[in-house]
Design a protein around this ligand. Structure first.
Ligand SMILES: Cc1cc2nc3c(=O)[nH]c(=O)nc-3n(C[C@H](O)[C@H](O)[C@H](O)COP(=O)(O)O)c2cc1C
Length: 368
């Protein structure tokens, strides 16, 4: 038995192996945020393909929290109902269904990547005729946009902040209704919660900006709200950017990530999913195989939290070594799962686990 195929127990949740499908936006909804057949096939195929966890794309907790008008949402009971057949199918394949709960902050109201990823102003429409909206930010003047013109931004008021916390709480309740086992709070990649964490984008002088304690307050309040409604036996993950990759200025870095991980573990977070960057166009990020693993490793060593590593993990032996050498507890695989939906099954074969038994019965004649 390889280490990659050892089960991971978090609370009452038994994850059959250490491979998770990393959250990946599909931009394939109508502007109502409801899943389509695309989502059922996309997520279902990766469950068939042997992933221990199948995580949804960033799923917006409110309509204005979408990156594009075509993002998945979980802001009404209708969304929960529409997602249920997907979680049921994922579970039937032996995978654990997880949902990433997101608010895009100032990176909201954009066209889809294949339409240029540029802001859609509140009085404009995207190429499919979907409306733009005003986006929310901790400090609108703090940073330049990644692409296109500056979006129409509004500084988050106390009411907005309370609304965001409530939206996360409601979204978690609906995720439970929809049948998800794991809720992941998205606090990475320059979206709203990360914008509050980083001194680069948070210049507030109220209780939500300034010191480490104040910049992390919103995330802690969101996590508390989610944990409040998420059952004791089910895990909560948080995805963070381990660093902003902006060493030339006061920014979010790995030391703060380690400190945050301990705070989050105390609030009942079971695993920190450690990604990086995405906050500022001047980021100086490395790339290549395992490029974010040292960040996950630092969080794992410096805090009480279990971690997930992600980024440039494409080979079964590579993924297995990360678990075997205690560098991470979970491996999240993104683009390789787009290239090969059966990455999990292939890994089982390559690493010589009892592969044929892992394949769905419908497919076994292909592997015996
Ligand atoms: C098409 C695509 C969509 C993505 N959407 C999300 C997302 O919704 N949420 C998120 O946290 N990361 C998102 N990411 C980042 C991935 O989850 C992952 O962290 C990144 O691709 C690095 O892993 P990889 O090298 O295995 O692809 C996306 C990446 C891709 C390629």
């Amino acid at each position: 038995m390889s280490d990659l195929f050892s089960p991971l127990s978090l609370r009452d949740c038994e994850i059959p192996n250490r491979i998770a499908v990393s959250p990946m936006c599909q931009y394939s909804c109508d502007p109502d945020g409801l899943p389509t057949e695309w989502h059922r096939v996309h997520l279902g195929s990766r469950a068939v393909g042997g992933a221990g966890i199948v995580m949804t794309e960033a799923t917006a907790v409110s309509p204005e929290g979408r990156i594009t008008p075509h993002d998945l949402g979980i802001w009404s009971d209708e969304h929960a109902e529409a997602l249920r057949p997907i979680t049921e199918f994922v579970r039937e394949q032996g995978s654990v269904p997880a949902i990433q709960l997101a608010h895009a902050g100032h990176k909201a109201s954009k066209t889809r990547p294949w339409d240029g990823n540029v802001p859609i102003a509140p009085d404009e429409i995207d190429p499919d005729g979907a409306d733009g909206w005003e986006v929310l930010s901790p400090s609108p003047d703090a940073y330049p946009p990644f692409s296109g013109d500056r979006p129409a931004m509004r500084k988050a008021t106390q009411d907005d902040i309370e609304g965001v916390i409530e939206a996360y709480r409601d979204a978690a309740e609906r995720s439970l209704e929809a049948g998800f086992e794991i809720a992941e709070v998205h606090a990475a990649h320059g979206y709203l919660l990360h914008e509050f964490l980083s001194p680069v984008t948070n210049r507030r002088e109220d209780d939500y900006g300034g010191s480490f304690e104040d910049r992390t307050r919103l995330l802690r309040e969101v996590v508390r709200a989610v944990r409040d409604v998420w059952p004791e036996g089910k895990p909560v993950f948080v995805r963070i950017s381990g660093t902003d990759w902006l060493e030339d200025r006061d920014s979010w870095d790995v030391d703060q990530s380690v400190r945050l991980a301990d705070d989050l573990a105390e609030l009942g977070v079971d695993l920190i999913d450690v990604s990086s960057g995405g906050l500022h166009p001047e980021q100086d990020a490395p790339g290549g195989p395992n490029f974010q693993v040292p960040l996950a490793e630092a969080v794992r060593q410096g805090s009480d939290a279990a971690v997930g590593a992600v980024g440039g993990i494409t080979e079964p032996e590579q993924a297995d070594a990360l678990v075997r050498n205690d560098r991470t507890d979970l491996v999240l695989v993104g683009r390789e799962f787009l290239r090969d939906p059966y990455f999990g099954l292939r890994a089982a074969e390559d690493l010589e686990t009892d592969a044929p038994e892992e394949w769905p019965i419908q497919y076994r004649r292909a592997v015996r």
